[in-house]
Structure formats: C-alpha cells, structure tokens
Design a protein around this ligand. Structure first.
Ligand code: FMN
Length: 314
C-alpha cells in the first residue's frame, strides 16, 4: 500500500526515474503499461481502450499480476456520456488499482469511493482555478498540463502554471507537456513537480496501438509539425500537420463545422480524430526511433542521470 502521508517520497522510491506515463486514448495498451512499469516508471492506460469491460478485467488482471511493486494507473472518464463508467469502475475497485486518473466531471463522491477502496486519485488540470477545485474534491495528486502537451492540451506556460499552483498546493504535483528528455524531467522537478508526466514519446513504442505510419510520423516530426485546434473536440487539442494534410484538411484553416457537437472522448462525430487524424505534443522532436518502450525509458534514465550530473546533482 502506498503511504498517503509521504506520497511523493513513497512513489519516487518505487521508481527508477520520477516519471509517470500519461494514458492515451486508443494508443495505450496493457502491454505498454507492463513495459513502462517493468522499465521503472508508472505505466497507465484509459479504461476505455480495451474493447469491453470484460477485456478491461482481463487486462488489469494481467497488469496487476505482472508489475509487482511498481504502481500503475487507469484513466476513467467520469462523464455522463461514458456509458461504461459504472461497470469499469467496478473492475477498478475489484483490483484496487493503485492510481486512478480521473478526467472530466469528476465528483467528490467518486474520489472518496476510490480512496476508501485504497486507490490514489489524480486529476489533470490546465488552469490554477481547476487545480483548486481538484484540491477541494480531495484528490491525492494534481497533474498540471502545460502548453505543448499532446491530446487535449494546456494553453499556459509550465513556468506560470507551476508557480501558481505550487504557491498554495504542497501535495503531489505532476507536470505534463512536451517532456520527452531526461533534461526536461529534471527541469520539471526544478519547477516544483514531484513527477514528470510523459505521453507522446510512447506513441512510437512497439507496444502502443498505433499504426506503423503513425509511429514513423512521431519519429519524423518535431514541434513545428504540431497544430492546436478545437475543431474536432470543441476544446484545444494537438494534431500532427502531416496527418491533417493526409485527410485533405488545411492546417492553417481549420474550422469547426456548423452545429457540430462538442465531443470530448473521441466517439461519435469526431471518431476520425485520434483514430485516423493523429495527435501528439510538441516534445516529439526528441523521439529518434520507434522501438520497445523499455528502450526509450532506458535512454530517458541515462539522459536524466547525465542532466543531473551536469547540474551538479548526483
Ligand atoms: C494521442 C493522445 C491521446 C491521449 N488520450 C488521453 C486520454 O484518453 N485520457 C487522458 O487523460 N489523457 C490523454 N492524453 C494526454 C496524456 O495523458 C498526457 O497528458 C499528454 O500526452 C502529456 O503531454 P505530452 O504528450 O506532450 O507528453 C492523450 C495524449 C495523446 C498524445
């Protein structure tokens, strides 16, 4: 059981480097979570990625029996449009999943129910006022999503966001957004983060459920190839320019179709986004090859050690 009163130290003691993987719609798989945990970081995936609640049950059984002491996380979309929420929640409770990342419309009852069952609850935020709401709900960890992050991105510089949140929050704080090198993990710590939260680099992993062409696009692209738009989901999200062009869309002239439903989870109207029109954050310039997630984490750990040494920290 992870200790709540010394949470940051307890989590870090179980990890090789202070990094948690961000869950990614469609892309994160049980194999990816296992590879991330085995390589010494917190692995994660959305509960909705397995096709059914029965598949989620099988996946979590496999993950929890494989990863030992390294914590893993499951992401639950706590929104009325998620018809699987109650059933998936039962599975998360059954396995006492160590960390649950809540997205959207989470409520204090859900947080309390998960915590009473032994899970830690994290929630991601893009603004200081959202962080305060999370703190009021009693979450164990706040994930600050700064500008440059993949998926539904943040619009605020990590320098500003971390300074605002750290002014009043002394609990567990993670930073997300274009973190893909060991040097940037160390920089996140300098800004006050206990852990860095890394998503996009894992899109190129062999264990990710991403097409070969998507993996190659992550290797080939850099920050300048990433476009932010609210035209697919109604909120700002990052998409790869070559992927937009491949679908006949003009990246400099994206507009939400008249009357289009705002849809956050990738279903319905915007099924094409995420699945066919690919998302990634600005940090992908550091991803040079596609291969096992463990190889990338080995490289990240080496780069982190070198950065610490260069900064005079051993
Ligand atoms: C393709 C893609 C899908 C994502 N899907 C989800 C998701 O389903 N749930 C979630 O909480 N975050 C999701 N995210 C956000 C990540 O968990 C994480 O916050 C983000 O990737 C961090 O920024 P980075 O990509 O620059 O490392 C997604 C990100 C990407 C790139």
């Amino acid at each position: 059981m992870i200790q709540r009163d010394s949470l940051a130290q307890d989590l870090r003691a179980r990890l090789r480097i202070p990094v948690m993987a961000g869950p990614m719609f469609i892309a994160s798989t049980a194999d990816l979570v296992i590879a991330q945990c085995k390589a010494g970081i917190i692995g994660s995936m959305p509960a909705l990625n397995p096709r059914s609640t029965a598949d989620l049950d099988r996946d979590i059984a496999r993950i929890s029996s494989t990863v030992g002491d390294t914590p893993y996380a499951i992401n639950l979309v706590a929104h009325p449009s998620n018809s699987r929420l109650e059933a998936d929640l039962e599975i998360v409770l059954k396995y006492k999943v160590p960390i649950v990342v809540l997205a959207l419309a989470a409520n204090p009852d859900l947080v309390a129910r998960l915590q009473a069952n032994g899970s830690l609850v994290f929630q991601d935020v893009a603004k200081n006022r959202h962080a305060r709401k999370c703190a009021e709900m009693g979450v164990d960890g706040i994930i600050a999503v700064g500008s440059g992050a993949g998926g539904h991105t943040g619009g605020i510089s990590p320098f500003a966001l971390m300074a605002e949140i750290r002014e009043w929050w002394d609990g567990l704080l993670l930073l997300a957004g274009a973190i893909s090198t060991g040097r940037s993990v160390l920089a996140a710590e300098c800004l006050g983060a206990d852990l860095a939260y890394v998503g996009s680099p894992f899109l190129a992993s062999s264990e990710a459920n991403t097409q070969d062409a998507f993996k190659q696009m992550i290797v080939d692209c850099a920050a300048d190839d990433v476009v932010v738009t609210d035209c697919f989901t109604g909120v700002p999200a990052m998409f790869l320019r070559p992927s937009l062009l491949a679908h006949g869309l003009d990246p400099s002239n994206l507009r939400r179709a008249e009357g289009k439903r705002v849809n956050i989870d990738g279903g319905g109207d915007n099924a094409k986004a995420w699945k066919e029109i690919w998302s990634a954050g600005q940090g992908i310039g550091a991803v040079r090859i596609s291969g096992p997630a463990g190889d990338y984490i080995d490289w990240l750990a080496g780069d982190y050690a070198a950065a610490r040494k260069a900064m005079g920290r051993n």
